[in-house]
Design a protein around this ligand. Structure first.
Ligand SMILES: Nc1nc2c(ncn2[C@@H]2O[C@H](COP(=O)(O)OP(=O)(O)OP(=O)(O)O)[C@@H](O)[C@H]2O)c(=O)[nH]1
Ligand SMILES: [Mg+2]
Ligand SMILES: [Zn+2]
Length: 332
């Protein structure tokens, strides 16, 4: 019996790496019956070409489905496409939701962009405690610093299509020759050049998952009152507002609003937008009369909102189906 980590899944074949060599395996029938899908990143036991056991996960994320990762690297472009802080905050909040360390990379530094942007980024995100790197994949700038952030870890790269995720990996290790494509060639908005999910060794110690990102995720899987747990600048005030269900938008005696000057405006705007998405979700749930169980703790990916099996099966309604799909990872 051997042990290793799945680095790629292709139809019925699971590719395993034990740090010495790689193996192609299938899975035993009994494992197929399990509710939980085997993911890229899972550590497994295998024997004679068959996976016999999946070892417990440290963590996992959805879309892309990958487990046991050390950090999420959110890649944004300073230009082409224009920097979108709301989208960046969305990725950051999602990483928080999954309880995984996050670092930020701002790429395409070689292009002409608003110089004040750099200070703004540093002011907002370094203050929040994030490691921030500025890079140019094409001119090979900042690549060393970027590589250093990845040392000894399994990192998942995410970010909108065209920001240069695959180009950055190629800049670190040109032998990898990952497919990249000009933004203008990405015909439809949101169409990613990278489509699959695979753990790639970029050097002796670092592994990376180049992904199509968590595309088009909306906060329609958590309650409005849980959104503040995804914004670290609000942590000092959580639980100190007059009302325990305060959304920090226009309530009396709100501790966040009375300290609003300490919060960056764009961060707060993102917060309000995500609360609205969560509220729409809650309204839908109420309208449909679906009862859901909600986790108390959001910032821990072990406790995620679930719907009972019975209710899931009895549902015929497409709207309900959509909600199930969005909030229940086990159902995917
Ligand atoms: N000027 C400039 N262009 C860059 C840089 N990095 C990447 N690009 C270009 O941006 C385009 C998109 O790069 P990709 O690496 O394919 O982007 P991606 O993030 O992997 O995109 P998806 O796989 O679709 O998610 C390509 O034309 C790259 O040559 C950079 O630092 N500067
Ligand atoms: Mg790519
Ligand atoms: Zn409040």
């Amino acid at each position: 019996m051997s042990e290793g980590q799945i680095y790629k899944i292709h139809s019925d074949f699971y590719y395993i790496d034990n740090d010495v060599e790689t193996f192609e395996c299938k899975i035993r029938e009994v494992l197929k019956k399990q509710r939980e899908k085997i993911l890229v990143g899972d550590f497994v036991e295998f024997e004679n070409g068959y996976i016999t056991k999946v070892l417990p996960r440290k963590n996992f994320i959805k879309r892309p489905s990958v487990s046991n990762i050390d950090q999420i690297v959110i890649v944004s472009a300073l230009k082409e496409p224009d920097l979108d802080l709301m989208q960046l905050n969305r990725y950051i909040a999602l990483a928080k939701y999954y309880g995984i360390k996050t670092v930020l990379c701002f790429n395409k530094e070689d292009l002409k962009w608003e110089k004040s942007l750099k200070n703004k980024i540093i002011e907002i995100y370094k203050t929040l405690g994030y490691d921030v790197v500025f890079t140019s994949a094409t001119e090979h700038k900042g690549i060393r610093a970027f590589e250093k952030l990845l040392t000894g870890k399994i990192s998942v790269l995410c970010g909108n299509s065209g920001v240069g995720k695959s180009s950055l990996i190629n800049a670190i290790n040109p032998k990898l020759q990952l497919k990249t494509k000009a933004v203008s060639e990405k015909l439809q908005r949101g169409t990613h050049t990278t489509r699959h999910c695979e753990i790639i060794k970029i050097n002796k110690t670092s592994k990376i998952v180049d992904t199509p990102g968590f595309s088009n995720v909306r906060f329609d899987f958590i309650l409005p009152t849980e959104v503040d747990k995804l914004f670290e600048e609000m942590f000092p005030y959580i639980g100190t507002c007059k009302y325990s269900d305060c959304l920090h938008i226009n309530e009396d005696g709100c501790a966040v609003l009375s300290n609003i000057d300490s919060i960056d405006e764009s961060r707060y705007q993102s917060y309000v937008a995500f609360v609205k998405e969560a509220r729409d979700y809650k309204e839908k749930i109420k309208y449909e009369g679906i009862k859901t169980e909600h986790s108390k703790k959001v910032i821990n990916n072990k406790e995620i909102a679930k719907i009972s099996e019975k209710k899931r099966q009895s549902s015929r309604n497409t709207l309900k189906q959509k909600i199930y799909k969005e909030i229940d990872y086990e159902n995917e």
